[in-house]
Write a protein that binds this ligand. Structure first.
Ligand code: NAP
Ligand code: MG
Length: 464
């Protein structure tokens, strides 16, 4: 695959400060497909300076012009969607159909939504005898994971640019090629030099340097809880804004009145999509005791369609594959029963994991508490609605969830009692404008739509 051997800083590709590189591996066949530079603190510093330099002019650019820039970016993402899909498939391993529809498609929706919001948002409001100005926070340090390589980037960069902020991005080491393509798209869209800068590199080196840099005003991070905690502490010590999106352990609650077959099959599809590497995946399915055996049979039939190498891709790297297989072993050791799949890898080559469904899972088992980040579903039995609610809310996470019932109002009544940031009612559609983010340890802050835009704004009140 084509790769740049430099960093995109101040509107151009520049040589990296150090000689080290990162090998990019195709997780489907384990072949090295490219190398990108491993950034150092020096590269980060150059990128933050470029972003600082570009900030005053970009902040002062009329919102309609910023909107036009984001619309141009959206158009480039549309024009290059095939290349984007192929790149995501090569470095993440996602089946090409998924790369086309989701990995290349969703960022177009999100960029488009911010082109519209930048043009229509009211950056000024009147409260009593005050005029409140909504001004950009400044330079944003964005640190993104590999699971949705372009979406995670666009969900931070588009609202930041719409707000008038400038950005330095440190993408995941596993998926830097998609990030380089994004930098090309920024350039092609004609956005001013320095409003977006890219430093590829390792988390503990380039990521750490970016989070700690005193020229960064806001750190927006998506990834693991362990790293998120560290970034939150670093930002807190520097009195810097921080947004953390840290994953989840979401519940798919099937109430007794629901269409069980539909709820189970949509639930399986939700967990198996992207090989289970989705922070908002409904990895715990909650079924009433009287319907439990029927649900297990439905789940076994549904999961059989998810053949690794066809509908289900590999995991992103060997470490994630080992980690997920370890969780499956742990589930067995703690007494859960396999309905499908298991810890053995289905192929010798490629970081595949068998789509796995566990029955007889209790709420306190490790596989029902920790984020596995693989194609693994736990089906739990509940006694009554109160029990279902206790189980649904019984983790440290609260990112997403689902409720199914014959009557929408019944599902909504249950959803109101869930400690979580998003709930899909009877399979509700993805909404790129709805705020996305966590209750409890799933994080701090919101992404997408107007709520996502406001994360990048600060208020100044003028009294008259
Ligand atoms: P991770 O290490 O938290 O990676 C997220 C991002 O943070 C990457 O860009 C990473 O760089 C960077 N990073 C790592 N250490 C850092 C540090 N000390 N300072 C600043 N930045 C740092 O996540 P992972 O290791 O790829 O995945 C582990 C687990 O995290 C998964 O199994 C899953 O449970 C969870 N996860 C959640 C999400 C989500 O959407 N919420 C996404 C991915 C993973 P490198 O790429 O170089 O590590
Ligand atoms: Mg990591």
């Amino acid at each position: 695959m084509k790769a740049h051997d430099g960093m995109y800083i101040g509107g151009q590709w520049r040589p990296a400060a150090g000689p080290d590189t990162i090998a990019v591996v195709n997780p489907a066949d384990e072949q090295v497909i490219a190398h990108v530079p491993a950034g150092t603190a020096e590269d980060v510093d150059a990128a933050v300076r470029a972003a600082r330099e570009a900030f005053p002019a970009w902040a002062a650019t009329p919102p309609a012009e910023r909107a036009a820039g984001i619309a141009a970016l959206r158009d480039v993402l549309v024009a290059r969607k095939d290349e984007i899909a192929e790149t995501v498939t090569a470095e993440l391993g996602a089946p090409l159909a998924l790369s086309r529809t989701v990995h290349a498609g969703v960022p177009v929706l999100v960029a488009g939504s911010y082109a519209e919001l930048a043009a229509s948002y009211s950056f000024e409001e009147r409260i009593g005898n005050s005029t409140v100005l909504l001004e950009p926070v400044g330079v944003v340090g964005a640190i993104t994971p590999w699971n949705y390589p372009l979406h995670q980037v666009v969900a931070k960069v588009a609202p930041a640019l719409a707000a008038g902020c400038t950005v330095v991005l440190k993408p995941a080491e596993d998926t830097p090629l998609t990030a380089q393509l994004f930098a090309e798209a920024i350039h092609e869209a004609g956005l001013p030099a320095g409003v977006f800068n890219l430093v590829t590199g390792l988390g503990p080196v380039a990521g750490q340097a970016l989070a700690a840099h005193e020229g960064v005003d806001l750190v927006s991070f998506t990834g693991s809880t362990a790293v998120g905690r560290q970034i939150g502490a670093t930002a807190g010590a520097a009195v810097k804004r921080v947004a953390l999106e840290l994953g989840g352990k979401s519940a798919n609650v099937i109430l007794p009145s629901a269409d069980l077959a539909k709820a189970v099959s949509v639930g399986i599809a939700n967990v198996m999509s992207n090989s289970g590497q989705t922070c908002s995946a409904w990895t715990r399915m909650l079924v009433h005791k009287n319907q439990y055996d029927e649900a297990l049979a439905l789940a076994a039939a549904a999961v059989a369609k998810y053949v690794p190498g066809e509908r289900v891709g590999p995991l992103v790297n060997a470490k994630q594959q080992q980690r997920v297989r370890g969780y499956i072993e742990k589930g067995l050791a703690e007494g859960a029963r396999l309905v499908a799949g298991g810890p053995e890898a289905p192929y010798e080559t490629g970081y595949y994991v068998s789509p796995t469904v566990f029955a007889d899972v209790t709420w306190d088992m490790t596989i029902a508490q920790e984020e596995i980040f693989g194609p693994v579903l736990s089906i739990l039995k509940y006694e009554d609605e109160e029990d279902a609610l206790r189980i649904a809310n019984g983790t440290v996470y609260g990112l997403a969830g689902a409720v199914w019932a014959a009557d929408e109002a019944e599902a909504v009544a249950f959803a109101r009692r869930m400690d979580t940031g998003q709930v899909d009612i009877n399979g509700g559609r993805f909404n790129p404008l709805a705020p996305f983010g966590g209750y409890k340890q799933s994080g701090v802050g919101r992404e997408l739509g107007p709520h996502g835009l406001s994360e990048y704004l600060q208020t100044k009140s003028l009294q008259f």
